[in-house]
Design a protein around this ligand. Structure first.
Ligand SMILES: *Cc1c(COP(=O)(O)O)cnc(C)c1O
Length: 392
């Protein structure tokens, strides 16, 4: 059988590091910082990269390589590099590819720390960022300058679950000879493969649905070989590598990604439908609800709607707070993509420093709740939110 043509679930399970002499069934942990050489000539050849082998775990390790190989297959990418966190992946990818004076065009709604990179840190190297609104993807083109190197976006977005047209962004990037980089964290490769729509690189925070059980941090960037080469050289010198232990955990997690994400999405859709009919709710946003403003785009580029549901409780900021205080089972946390259902109130927590105008621009209202739907029984998830709504 041609290995390249296997199904997603099979590749997530059967992509494995070569067995040792013990013929173990499940890949063991390679908790080693370095690797040894037979002789001086082998060592020289390895350092000259004449031989593809492990030297030092900051460069590569069998566990991190297995994790990267899997993500490459699942995303349809040529090559990749794994990082200690999602933010290490985001920062290192930009830092490796940009020069002082370069320019980024980004969707306005990006993960908080990514936004801080754009506004607080990159300006130190004279790298500026221009933003397009999530509902005006076509306007991204007007922001491109002669020094623009990268178009950057997340889809679905956090916390507003807006959906950006990846094909449209890719055509703008191609026309102007700039790179398109997509943070695919909210979708996972099971739901959406940005490379199929023309992205050059895909970034993940593996901390979220890839681990899926709230245990370890991790990140990964995959895509075109020549770009990954730059990212690899930068990273092997600067040291953001993923630990072999976390890589081992994450590679095991990928074996169950498809079944987990199927159930996450089934639960999320049922919860979204329940909320849509509840009198204490002003609105619900979920990519696979027909009422979602980018429903058609979501259907075109996503296999399922994802596990994040955004909704607004009646009564503004107090309504939102009261609702949170009534929650019994679900976790109040800023994290997402866990087996446990999590509710977050962006207006008073993650996005509290934004002005009302800036909040509105990224789709946040004062009563808005973001729910990362977990894998508990859907009837128990609905029961908890229902009692919280009806007592508030
Ligand atoms: C969490 C997250 C990140 C950062 O990942 P860490 O693993 O926490 O560093 C980046 N992008 C998105 C969309 C995220 O949700």
């Amino acid at each position: 059988m041609n290995k390249e043509r296997q199904h997603f679930e099979t590749e997530a399970i059967r992509t494995q590091t070569e067995k040792t002499q013990f013929l173990e069934h499940s890949t063991p942990m390679y908790l080693t910082s370095g690797f040894v050489f037979e002789d001086a000539e082998e060592m020289r050849a390895a350092f000259a990269e004449e031989k593809n082998r492990n030297l030092y775990s900051r460069f590569s390790n069998p566990n991190t390589s297995e994790f990267v190989d899997k993500i490459c297959k699942l995303e349809g990418a040529e090559d990749g590099y794994a990082f200690a966190t999602g933010m290490a992946a985001v920062f290192s990818t930009f830092a490796a590819l940009l020069d002082a004076g370069d320019h980024i065009v980004s969707a306005r709604s990006v993960f908080g720390s990514t936004h801080s990179l754009f506004t607080k840190y990159f300006p130190k190297w004279n790298i500026e960022t221009s933003y397009f609104n999530i509902d005006e993807v076509d306007k991204a083109e007007r922001l491109i300058q002669s020094n623009t190197k990268i178009i950057y976006a997340e889809s679905p977005t956090n916390p507003g679950v807006d959906v950006l047209d990846l094909e449209m962004l890719a055509s703008i990037a191609k026309k102007h000879g700039v790179l398109l980089i997509i943070d695919n964290c909210f979708a996972t490769p099971y739901i959406q493969k940005p490379i199929e729509f023309g992205a050059d690189l895909v970034i993940h925070s593996a901390t979220k649905l890839i681990d899926g059980q709230g245990r370890v941090l991790g990140g990964v960037t995959v895509g075109k070989k020549e770009l990954i080469r730059e990212i690899y050289l930068f990273s092997r010198n600067t040291g953001p590598a993923l630990s072999p232990f976390n890589a081992w955990v994450l590679s095991k997690s990928l074996e169950t990604l498809a079944v987990r994400v199927d159930r996450h999405c089934e639960n999320a859709l049922k919860l979204a439908e329940f909320l849509a009919s509840h009198p204490r709710i002003n609105w619900v946003k979920y990519p696979f609800l027909k009422s979602h403003p980018q429903y058609e785009v979501a259907k075109k580029q996503m296999k399922l709607g994802g596990n994040i549901v955004a909704f607004e409780v009646k009564g503004g900021i107090n309504g939102g707070r009261q609702f949170f205080n009534n929650i019994k089972m679900c976790s109040l946390s800023a994290n997402l993509g866990d087996t446990r259902t999590i509710v977050t109130h962006p207006a008073s927590t993650t996005h509290s420093k934004l002005s009302d105008e800036d909040k509105a621009a990224v789709g946040i209202t004062n009563g808005m709740v973001r729910c990362s739907v977990g894998l508990e029984h859907i009837d128990d998830i609905i029961a908890d939110l229902q009692q919280a709504l009806e007592n508030s």
